[in-house]
Design a protein around this ligand. Structure first.
Ligand code: TYM
Length: 350
């Protein structure tokens, strides 16, 4: 089992990232540890069992950006991931730009990816809007880099939120076509990765608009809970979150057509590890005046240890640099066999 996933180091880590992806990263890292122990006890080798998590800084230059902000954001995101529970001793934690094989493999895969496939990507369509001609080539080719990110390490499982599922399907298509065109069925160059999307919290929505996903690019900070928000900010954002005047229903179907209410109940359910139905048994018939403070408290309880640890880590810049340097060295090593096999399969003389 090889688990690989990434996050763009732009803006703050928010609740959508945490519940949709990072919490699953930590869970998979912990499960892997148990699996490795069991395998070692049985006398087997655990070589392929590994988690790799990275900061997708190369992806971040596909849109206009401030270089100083990107640099700062990268170090902060590394600290935030460690604060959330990614353990650099057990997982390989690194920054994409420190592992040139990602950009190299992307170029090699550009020969296999089809324009039509990329044109169908909903993220490309949403971000480019009507102004396709004015977009960077990097924004269009972005999903090929994402495919390279996971194929490079023979990833079997890729924990992501719902919005990244289509990119992972594209990675599978690229891998499949490359294997068909340049390798044999008995000796494929790439493994087809499976996206792992959490059953709950796959798509956390904005606190201001239940039809838009919670996102770092939303200009309003009130639309999201950042992992570094303090207790007062969290309580204020939850209190001001958009809702409707109806009380909560006692069954999940009653949330149909009430996206803002559904979002808040989903967040509560995901944080407490219970189902939406269970939450509605407790709060059905209550108004938001009672539900919101309970949600706010649960958020503060979950996020405050993370934000305390994050602040401590940020003070130790050298430690973060060392974590990233070590992770990148490990990643370069793990990437080499697949990169070499790709060059070979394509008939490139080196
Ligand atoms: P990014 O940086 O936008 O988000 C990181 C992770 O957080 C998830 N996520 C959400 N989940 C639920 N609700 C939300 N509102 C929400 N917002 C974000 C995302 O699904 C993602 O899992 N292209 C990727 C980064 C990337 C990557 C990769 C991921 C680059 N290479 C290879 C996996 C494998 C991105 O921009 O995610």
């Amino acid at each position: 089992m090889r688990v690989v996933s990434g996050i763009q180091p732009t803006g703050n880590l928010h609740l959508g990232n945490y519940l949709g992806a990072i919490r699953n990263w930590v869970r998979m890292q912990d499960e892997m540890e148990e699996g490795n122990r069991a395998q070692a006890a049985a006398g087997g080798s655990a070589d392929r069992n590994q988690c790799l998590f990275f900061l997708a800084d190369l992806h971040a230059i596909s849109q206009p950006h401030d270089p100083a902000e990107l640099k700062k954001g990268t170090l902060e995101m590394a600290a935030a991931l460690v604060a959330c529970g990614i353990d650099p001793q057990r997982s390989v934690l690194f920054n994409q730009a420190q592992v040139p094989a990602h950009a190299e493999l992307q170029w090699l895969l550009n020969g296999t990816a089809r324009m039509g496939w990329l044109n169908r990507m909903t993220q490309w369509k949403d971000k480019a809007g009507k102004n396709r001609e004015g977009q960077s080539v990097a924004l269009f080719a972005y999903p090929v880099l994402q495919a390279a990110d996971v194929l490079l390490y023979q990833a079997t499982h890729v924990p992501v939120g719902e919005d990244q599922k289509q990119h992972l399907e594209l990675a599978r298509d690229i891998a499949q076509k490359f294997n068909n065109d340049f390798a044999s069925e008995e000796a494929p160059v790439f493994t087809l990765p499976d996206p792992i999307v959490p059953p709950q919290a796959a798509r956390i929505m904005s606190l201001r608009d239940g039809s838009a996903k919670m996102s770092k690019s939303d200009p309003s900070d009130m639309s999201r809970i950042n992992l570094v928000d303090d207790a007062d900010e969290i309580m204020k954002k939850v209190k001001k979150a958009k809702t409707d005047p109806e009380p909560l229903p006692s069954e999940a179907e009653g949330l149909d057509g009430r996206p803002e209410a559904l979002n808040l109940v989903t967040i509560y359910a995901a944080l407490s590890g219970r189902s939406v139905d269970e939450i509605l048994v407790e709060f059905g018939g209550e108004g938001f005046g009672k539900f919101k403070p309970a949600l706010g408290e649960l958020l503060v309880e979950t996020l405050s240890p993370i934000s305390t640890r994050f602040t401590e880590l940020l003070d130790d810049r050298e430690a973060i640099d060392a974590i990233l340097a070590r992770g990148a060295a490990q990643a370069r090593e793990l990437a080499r066999p697949t990169l070499d096999a790709t060059y070979r399969a394509l008939g490139l003389v080196r």
